[in-house]
Design a protein around this ligand. Structure first.
Ligand SMILES: [Zn+2]
Ligand SMILES: [Zn+2]
Length: 261
């Protein structure tokens, strides 16, 4: 199984970056976790849009779903082919995207024919065609938010989504080969929200250490964050390998040696 980071910024993309988007692939099957601002342009460096088998949205903050609009245009007028892509949204997400659709087009359902919208049930694995299984789990953020546990039967990646440190994340992350963790408060980022809604890099490292994760991939950086500083912060609490998420970084999940570029 392999992780490819497409975007690693929180809220607004840092220069040259995109917001949240990650391809997890195994045996030719590709799942896209989140689809934030700028993700589609970076995705096209790794796959055609029609080569994405399913999309999972962790929560309905725009930095995690807004490029579904670009995805729809690409599928409709670009390389799309004939097969709509299944999009798995949080509970209530389909209604929210319906409102987006109506805001864009009064004359036709905007996403119809390109994206098939479904809603997942947190805690229940979503069956897909191929070796990958995705199980969303509830975490704690300003709105309902869901981490994702992705397995191909041999290895396991856990994505935190946007969250504070919480028991749900700690349980899901146990023994993960890769923990892909947000650190919106890492690297000297300001904390605008009280109560807090995000993790620091130190906290992401603590979760990885408690979980016994193999590799920690830091992501969801504030656009002004000092990423090298965030890496040091995470390394103060996690003794395993820490990879800085950046566009096109790839990490092997499982037995192979992790590779980042
Ligand atoms: Zn976010
Ligand atoms: Zn969020």
């Amino acid at each position: 199984m392999r992780l490819t980071v497409l975007g690693s910024s929180a809220s607004q993309p840092a220069a040259g970056d995109a917001c949240s988007g990650y391809i997890v692939a195994s045996a030719g099957q590709r799942v896209l976790l989140d689809c934030g601002s700028g993700v589609i342009g970076n995705l096209l460096q790794h796959a055609a849009l029609s080569e994405i088998d399913a999309i999972f949205v962790s929560h309905m903050h725009p930095d995690h779903y807004i490029d579904l609009i670009a995805m729809r245009y690409g599928l409709r007028y670009g390389d799309g082919g004939t097969r709509p892509i299944d999009v798995f949204l949080p509970p209530g997400g389909a209604e929210q995207l319906q409102a987006v659709s109506e805001a864009i087009s009064k004359t036709q359902p905007f996403f119809a024919g390109a994206l098939n919208l479904h809603e997942y049930t947190p805690g229940q694995a979503v069956p897909l065609r191929g070796p990958l299984t995705v199980t969303p789990f509830t975490v704690v953020h300003g709105i309902p938010s869901h981490g994702m546990a992705v397995s191909d039967g041999a290895s396991r990646l856990v994505y935190s989504s946007d969250t504070v440190v919480c028991a749900e994340l700690e349980v899901a992350a146990r023994g993960a080969d890769v923990l892909l963790a947000e650190n919106a408060l890492g690297g000297g980022a300001p904390d605008h929200h009280h109560p807090r809604t995000h993790m620091s890099a130190v906290e992401a490292g603590t979760v990885a250490a408690k979980a016994g994760a193999g590799t920690l991939v830091l992501t969801h950086f504030w656009h002004t964050a000092d990423r090298a500083q965030a890496q040091h912060e995470a390394e103060s609490t996690f003794r395993g390998r820490v990879v800085i998420g950046r566009p096109h970084a790839q990490v092997n999940v499982g037995a192979e040696t992790p590779v980042a570029r």
